[in-house]
Design a protein around this ligand. Structure first.
Ligand code: ADP
Ligand code: ASP
Ligand code: MG
Length: 436
């Protein structure tokens, strides 16, 4: 059971989480995010330190500290539990304050980012202790690891976690941190923003859990982005492939990579609402019956790269030569379209764009369009459902479409548009594709 930032962001919510994790019969591993706002605040502290603006860093550390000093008093009642929480908060804020006196680097920044989940889990565990609810505290840094490409080491995670759990045969409840891990240099690292979902799915896969529950602040995966579109509704069931596609293409409710581990071991994933625990939410599993368009998501910050070469395109090996350049710079490609004379691809990691375009120039003329957005329409067998592409294009009306990807899988149509049209496109597709 994973609880996100809002689910643990207020003392009364943490109490609700305590009720939810103690209401079932099955042994449960509870994965917690940082309290809402904390990771953003830690990012801000890291940025101030990186800019050598110690005064600003100090101001931000103090503001966050003040928040925790109010939080624990509302969370805990007994003197002993409060004394324990004071000790925990003191330890973590002393650590942050020491950083004001030493030189900053990226490894330290990752240590800063880890403080949120360490604090939330320790405070939650103190609440369980105060209420005499038996539980074991599992430090994620003892088993969660990533390799030199920042990929989780599922085999090792599984081995270590199973060994740790075997030591606590009778325990029903475990508490651990989302998001944080160790890297191949044995430093503290993380699974990127929103990574607690990924932790939960990796744990579920590592121990072949009966279910992976992601508890958040909304009643499941909605059919469109509720932050942008007015009338959205929750989807009762999704296949792993559909959910993975939506997560990857911008549905913030799930970390982009959080589906594959659960899918690998066929562990059903449930998206549930902490504020409304009775709501059905979304069940994500291997097979689903419903056919047709189910949801729309969008991801901005996309850059399109077009390589034009009248001489070479149809020659075999040309695409391979293009892809090898992206591979060399470890830059994933999201979308591809081809024509007789040109290939367009999209990327969202721009760290090596300069080197990539320099090498692509050897193959043809290169054009780069920044500030694009991928809009992804997901459903079951939509490539076999009549008229989907027509309804999509009709709904978009005069919004210019830069690329279309259709038929790559049976459950997705992706479009590339200028990011300035993203919100309008989502709204229009909502009206055009979901008439209810
Ligand atoms: P948590 O802190 O629990 O991880 P997140 O903020 O990461 O929560 O994710 C939940 C949020 O995702 C929702 O409040 C909602 O605004 C946003 N969201 C974006 N797209 C979708 C979608 N398609 N369905 C549901 N929620 C979505
Ligand atoms: N606390 C981390 C973040 O805000 C991880 C998470 O919430 O999933 O990104
Ligand atoms: Mg999240």
């Amino acid at each position: 059971m994973k609880f996100g930032g809002t689910s643990v962001g207020r003392p009364e919510r943490m109490h609700q989480v305590k009720d939810l994790v103690t209401s079932g019969d099955e042994p449960t591993i509870v994965v917690l995010s940082a309290l809402s706002g904390t990771t953003n605040a830690l990012v801000g502290i890291g940025e101030a330190l990186a800019d050598a603006d110690k005064a600003l860093a100090k101001e931000r550390i103090d503001a966050l500290h003040a928040h925790y000093l109010v939080f624990y008093k509302e969370l805990l009642q007994s003197d002993s539990a409060r004394a324990k929480a004071e000790g925990i908060i003191k330890e973590h804020f002393e650590f942050l304050n020491i950083l004001l006196k030493i030189s900053f680097n990226e490894a330290i920044n990752r240590d800063i980012l880890a403080q949120g989940e360490l604090l939330s889990t320790k405070l939650f565990y103190t609440l369980l202790e105060e209420l005499e609810i038996p539980a074991v505290f599992l430090p994620a840094l003892d088993f969660m690891s990533i390799d030199e490409n920042s990929e989780p080491e599922l085999g090792k995670i599984s081995e270590k976690l199973k060994a740790i759990l075997a030591e606590y045969g009778d325990t029903k409840l475990f508490v651990t941190q989302g998001y944080i891990c160790k890297n191949h240099r044995n430093e503290v690292d993380n699974l990127k923003r929103g990574g607690s979902d990924y932790t939960a799915s990796l744990i579920a896969a590592a121990i072949q859990a009966s279910a992976c529950e992601i508890w958040t602040d909304i009643d499941g995966m909605h059919n469109n982005d509720p932050r942008i579109v007015d009338q959205t509704r929750p989807i009762a069931e999704l296949s792993f492939d559909e959910a993975a596609e939506l997560a990857y293409f911008g549905a913030k409710i799930l970390h982009p990579a959080s589906i594959w581990p659960a899918q690998l071991y066929n562990v059903p994933v449930k998206l549930l609402n902490t504020m409304q625990p009775q709501a059905h939410g979304t069940l994500i599993k291997a097979e689903v019956d419903a056919i047709g368009v189910k949801a729309i998501a969008a991801k901005d910050g996309i850059t399109a790269v077009k390589i034009k070469s009248s001489r070479m395109l149809l020659a075999y090996g040309f695409l391979r030569r293009i892809f090898e350049i992206f591979e060399k710079y470890k830059t994933p490609i999201d979308m591809i379209t081809t024509s007789e004379v040109a290939v367009s691809v999209t990327i969202d990691d721009l760290s090596h764009l300069g080197q990539i375009t320099a090498e692509l120039e050897a193959l043809g003329s290169v054009e780069v369009d920044r500030n694009q957005a991928i809009v992804c329409i997901v459903g079951n067998e939509i490539s076999e459902t009549k008229g989907v592409i027509k309804s999509v294009m009709d709904a978009l009306e005069d919004i210019p479409v830069r690329m279309v990807s259709y038929g790559g899988s049976r459950h997705n149509v992706s479009l590339l548009i200028d990011a300035k049209f993203k919100n309008e496109a989502l709204q229009r597709l909502n009206t055009g594709l979901f008439s209810w």
